[in-house]
Ligand binder design. Sequence first.
Ligand SMILES: [Mn+2]
Length: 308
Amino acid sequence: MARKLKSKPEKWWAGLNQPKAEAPDITIVGLPYDGAVCYRKGAAKGPDVIGRISSEIPAVLETGEVLKELVIRDDGNLPFGKNFVAAFPKLERAIDQRAARSFVLTLGGDHSVVIPVHRAFSKRATEKIGLIFVDAHTDLSDRFDGSSYSHACPLRRTMETERFDPKQTILVGTRCFERAGLEFIQQNEMKMFPAYEVADRGMQRIADEIVKQFADLQNVYLSIDIDALDPAFAPGTGIPDAGGLATRDVITLIRRLHPLPIVGADLVEVAPPLDVSDITSFAALRIITEIFGLVHRRKEQRKRFTVL
Ligand SMILES: [Mn+2]
C-alpha cells in the first residue's frame, strides 16, 4: 500500500527519497496501526501526514550540515491486514530484509507497532543491542486492558527478546509511571533519566553519559515516542502528559549520539487528527531529519577512513 502524497515521491524526505534505490542508506517504512491504544486513536495517520509534509523541509541539519549524499528509500506502509498481532511474523521478515541492506526508520502507529520491529532487530543481532527509549511512559506493563500487545506493553515485550536487555536499556523523558513499570525498573536496575532530571541537569550531559555507557556496544537502537515531548511541543498524541521534554532536548540528544553505532530507529504515536496546525508532525519531521544526520555522519566518516 503506497502512501498517497500530493508531491512527487522524489520530493519526499527533503528531496532525498529514491524509491528504487538498491543500496539506500536509510529505508523508511510506515506501520499505520493504532488499534492498541487505551485512550485516543489517531496515530494510524502519522506516517502519511509526516510523509506528506516531508517534501517541505530542506536536507540540512540544524548545524548547517548538508545531507547531500544520503540515499533514502521510502517503502511506504507495510501491509498487516486486519489482525495486527497475527501479522507479526510477516512484519518481522519485512523489517529483517530491510535491516540487511540499510538503517531502518519505522514510523508508527501507536507504540505497539515496535514489537515486531524490535523482534526483527533482536534476531538479526549477534550481540546485545543498546536501547535508548525516549517516552513519557515506561510501556513496561506485562498486560494492559487484557492484552499483552497494548501500547502500554511494547518495552516489556522488547525486554523479552534475546538481544535487548534491561541492563542495556536507558529510559529518557519518563514521568508517568504505573506500578508494574516502576517495579520492573527497580528489579532490573534499569537506567533512567526522567523528564525532571533532563530539566535539572540539561540534555547535553545526559546524552554524553548515554554515549559513555553504550560506548562498547556494536548496535544501538533509538526508539522515540513523541509523547516524551511536552504537550506544548507535541499536542497531537494519544496521551499528552505535562512536564515533558522540549523538542530542543530531543534534538540535542540525537545530535550528541553520533559516536554510537545507531542501527535503527522508530518514531511513534504522532496522531495528526489530534494535532494543532501540524505542530507535532513538524516536530517529528525535525527529529527525523536529525536522525538522518546520524546516518549521514557515519557515512561521511567511513568515506574519510577509506580515503586515508
Ligand atoms: Mn510509548
